[in-house]
Design a protein around this ligand. Structure first.
Ligand SMILES: Nc1nc2c(ncn2[C@@H]2O[C@H](COP(=O)(O)OP(=O)(O)OP(=O)(O)O)[C@@H](O)[C@H]2O)c(=O)[nH]1
Ligand SMILES: [Mg+2]
Length: 427
């Protein structure tokens, strides 16, 4: 039999447990992340302890145990559950004779492999450089290797002097790269900003899908597109059973019927302990969620770790500064549970993103929440009052409009904050 599967690198995963009740969940995530990075998890270890060992992360006894287990299982890589210091990584590599990757680097690698758009690529690159900068070492760094003069690890004074100036040089190079990327990102963000301002002008409510990675956000977006737009195929977003399938934000207009439209955005998913630099770099991508009138927190209801996943999403939302935006919790993948669906429970919904009935009910719930306070009015506005007409078009949903001799007749829906302003034009 011919094996067409490319050979996957075998990885051993391990972590220090400082009495954290969520430790098992973090290790499950770490295993999923490792596999998402195209490696095979062959075994795992943990050390329950009160304190991390400063120089080596684990105690020596544990390191020897991991080394023999991992080599016995033919692992080439050791993946660790926390972000480690450069010294800890170097020491562990020496002691275990394995390549050591910490959780942050693992996530950065996955993001780097997944990034497709210019903005996502730049954002990941920025986060990587920021991760690398404090990790530069006089004798082991990428520029040395690129120039082919690596290996000068002798620690003599003369060498150290040369190394330090080289280190300075490398720092400067990375600093320059960081500023260049930031500049470039600003340009992209400005373009996005203009696009989003144009959308805001139309005063269509904005709804954002957020949530844990692989919960079904993109599938939900495609479900709504398929149900409520004619030519959905070219607007469909990418769906795949893997972590971080989506890294950028897609924005689509959904027309529930000719009077009810909203803007829907789908964005990058979350996971615990997302590297801070990465969250920082992805702020522009997450802007759409920040500006939303309503968030739909998509949750995989069939996952045994559902509760922790909801908490993870809440804490990432807090980290990016999203608070006080109304939210629907959308419990997805109900087809993989034994519960009846679709059903609405208060503000929330149990549904399946691949089921038509579910999508219709979700749309109903969104409408109820988004347009709850809108009211319908018939107005007659003077033809000469261009300013008011312009304001109306920017801030109301104009359902019908005709230009007559006595003025502009319009049937509109107004948000509560605009109702007073148009009182005198009521017919
Ligand atoms: N059985 C079942 N599978 C679903 C459902 N919704 C989504 N999936 C599957 O779950 C996987 C992830 O779906 P996506 O829509 O890509 O998830 P996402 O939340 O956008 O994930 P990221 O972009 O990676 O954060 C895919 O394999 C989907 O086919 C559902 O209702 N039922
Ligand atoms: Mg997605």
């Amino acid at each position: 039999m011919i094996d067409n599967e490319p050979h996957k690198t075998k990885a051993y995963i391990a972590g220090v447990n400082l009495n954290d009740p969520n430790f098992d969940y973090y290790m499950t995530e770490l295993a999923n992340l490792t596999e998402a990075n195209n490696m095979e998890v062959v075994g795992q270890s943990r050390q329950n302890t009160e304190q991390i060992v400063a120089g080596t992360y684990f105690g020596l006894g544990k390191i020897n145990e991991i080394k023999s287990m991992a080599h016995g299982l033919k692992a080439k890589v050791l993946v660790l559950n926390d972000e480690l210091s450069p010294v800890q990584i170097r020491n562990l590599e020496k002691l275990t004779k394995l390549r050591v990757i910490d959780r942050t680097e693992l996530i950065l690698e996955i993001f780097a492999n997944r990034a497709k758009t210019k903005q996502a690529k730049l954002q990941v690159q920025l986060a990587r450089l920021q991760y690398e900068l404090p990790r530069l070492h006089p004798s082991e760094n990428s520029l040395d290797q690129q120039r082919g003069n690596g290996g000068s690890t002798g620690g003599g004074f003369a060498n150290r002097g040369a190394g330090e100036s080289k280190l300075e040089m490398n720092r400067r190079t990375i600093d320059k790269q960081i500023s260049a990327i930031k500049k470039e990102l600003k340009k992209v963000a400005n373009q996005e900003d203009i696009k989003s301002k144009r959308r805001n002008k139309k005063q269509i409510p904005k709804v954002a899908l957020v949530g844990y990675t692989n919960a079904g956000k993109s599938t939900t977006m495609n479900g709504l597109l398929k149900e409520f737009t004619d030519e959905s195929s070219d607007k469909e977003v990418f769906v795949k059973n893997m972590l971080f399938a989506t890294l950028d934000t897609s924005v689509r207009r959904i027309d529930l019927n000719k009077n009810f439209s909203f803007i829907l955005s789908d964005t990058v998913g979350f996971i615990s302990k997302l590297p801070h630099n990465l969250v920082e770099s992805f702020k522009a991508t997450l802007q759409e969620a920040k500006d939303a009138d309503l968030l739909i927190n998509v949750v995989d209801a069939s996952d045994p770790n559902m509760i922790q996943m909801i908490r993870t999403t809440q804490s990432v939302l807090r980290e990016i500064g999203i608070k006080n935006i109304p939210m629907i919790t959308a419990y997805n993948k109900a087809d993989k549970t034994d519960r009846n669906y679709p059903q609405i429970e208060g503000n929330d919904i149990l549904y399946s993103a691949t089921d038509e009935k579910s999508i219709k009910l979700l749309a109903k719930l969104i409408t109820k929440r988004v347009f709850a306070n809108y009211k319908k009015f018939n107005l007659l506005l003077p033809l000469s009052d261009g300013k008011t007409l312009a304001y109306l078009h920017e801030h109301a949903q104009v359902m019908k409009e005709s230009y007559e001799n006595d003025g502009v007749h319009a049937e509109v829906r107004l948000a509560p904050e605009n109702q007073e302003r148009f009182k005198k034009y009521l017919v």
